[in-house]
Design a protein around this ligand. Sequence first.
Ligand SMILES: [Zn+2]
Length: 168
Amino acid sequence: MIFIIILIIIKNEIKMSEEKVIVANKGLVRADFAFWVGQYLDKFYDGLENKKIMGNKCPKCGDVFVPPRKICGKCNVVIPLDENWVDLPETGTLMNFTITPYRINDRTSRKAKDWTIGMIQIDGSNTSVVYRLLNMEPEDIKIGMKVKIEWNEKTKGDPSDIKGFLKV
Ligand SMILES: [Zn+2]
């Protein structure tokens, strides 16, 4: 909207005078966008909206994926969309972690307070998800420790439905 208004002003100025008008405009442009995540992730996000973790299982090797996948990377087998879904618990194991001022899903501030980000393998799955570790001091964090999902009160059916993970 702001851009459209500026363009109209520039056009009018060009029309009014015979001289060329050069306008420099510094600022941020907000660009909201939406995209289709595909049928597998769509089903997974529907689960998150209901505070449920759903994975899918390779029919050949039995690996369970969170988030779900269409094709098993190991076997190259297509996992049918309407089969092999597995309900998983809210608990998992911390596989690795890092402490960083960088935001994983937000570019607003890179000089803010440190966040602790963990790779968590949900119990019953063979893959890891990346989320914040909440209410933990660095000295409390141990690879292999058990953690549990902290849900956002209001869910929207997207990755932000999981606020992070707490120590069990
Ligand atoms: Zn497989």
